[in-house]
Design a protein around this ligand. Structure first.
Ligand code: RIB
Length: 313
């Protein structure tokens, strides 16, 4: 199960509050903490803990931070393609967490400082991407670099977070495209309020050339759609187990990392989505990201609690 994750790494500054503030409002935090995050590093750790052999491709600042590399090494994430960019600082994410919900603002820093495509072609990352069973990217790095990775990947997964306009050539390579409700609404231009609506929009994306789509719906679970032959699209709805969420920050990353791992192992999309649903359900039960992500054994032990998949209609 070889997985390359190309993406961001951030220092997360997390404020716990009783409720999320409104526009123009000042509120007091009950507690603050810092941890390593970024959708890229989160997905790399989630995949490694789920059992994949993971190489991480990322850009960090020149500010010396041995804790960053040490922390990723502890989870056996390969760091040969994590490059320090002179004159920059590692990205920072400012996160507010309340009652299982969160708001995030990211200062990207080094995450947006990459070489040209020609230079990337000669990098160790290019060799790792060409060799990997699955390559995963998100959008906290420049879309130009994401497109470069997609062109070289044998199988490419895009977690389109944060949402932005996606070029058709990139969409055609996403197997699957993974989005949450708001990202699906941004990509399709249609608001999503139910699993049925999510399924309709996921199917429409497949009919328009995306090989497969997975939409995560928080406590409501996930829907998937997949091109099946030339014209048909298969689809399904995977409900989530009922659990009390302590912190949903990075739960989507736990889902993506776990799904990439089992797809690299040859699983089909429906069983991969069930596995990833179990991983995300475990991740939200503890605060933070990397430390909250489950091991492969924990995910497998939780699978019986995942409700059976249903017809989305
Ligand atoms: O998906 C959660 C992540 O988003 C956080 O770790 C934060 O760094 C932002 O990138």
């Amino acid at each position: 199960m070889s997985v390359v994750v190309l993406g961001s790494v951030n220092h997360d500054v997390v404020c716990e509050v009783e409720r999320l503030p409104g526009p123009g409002e000042t509120i007091l935090a009950a507690a603050t903490r810092t941890n390593l995050g970024g959708k890229g590093s989160n997905q790399a750790v989630a995949a490694a803990k789920a059992g994949a052999s993971v190489e991480f491709v990322a850009r960090i600042g020149e500010d010396p931070d041995p804790a960053l590399r040490k922390s990723l090494c502890e989870y056996s994430v390969g760091l040969e393609a994590v490059v320090e960019v002179p004159g920059t600082r590692t990205g920072t994410a400012y996160i507010t967490v309340a009652a299982g919900e969160n708001q995030i603002v990211v200062d990207p820093g080094a995450n947006f400082r990459w070489e040209s495509d020609a230079e990337l072609d000669r990098s160790v990352a290019a060799e790792q991407i060409a060799a990997a069973e699955v390559v995963v990217a998100q959008l906290e790095v420049p879309i130009r670099v994401v497109r470069w990775a997609a062109r070289h990947a044998r199988r490419f997964i895009l977690n389109a977070a944060p949402a932005t306009d996606l070029p058709a050539d990139l969409l055609r390579r996403c197997d699957p495209l993974i989005v949450n409700e708001s990202e699906l609404a941004a990509v399709t231009g249609h608001p999503i309020t139910t699993p049925q609506e999510a399924c309709v929009q996921a199917r429409n994306l497949c009919l328009n050339g995306v090989p497969a789509v997975v939409a995560t719906l928080g406590a409501a679970g996930a829907v998937w759609a997949r091109r099946d032959g030339s014209a048909a699209v298969a689809a399904g709805y995977q409900p989530a187990p009922r659990i009390d969420s302590a912190d949903s920050t990075g739960a989507g990353d736990a889902f993506v990392g776990a799904l990439a791992t089992v797809l690299a192992d040859g699983a089909d999309l429906p069983s991969g989505v069930a596995f990833a649903t179990a991983a995300a359900a475990l991740a939200v039960q503890s605060p933070g990201t990397h430390a909250a992500y489950p091991s492969r054994d924990q995910i497998i032990a939780t699978l019986p609690a995942v409700p059976p998949a249903r017809d989305p209609h």
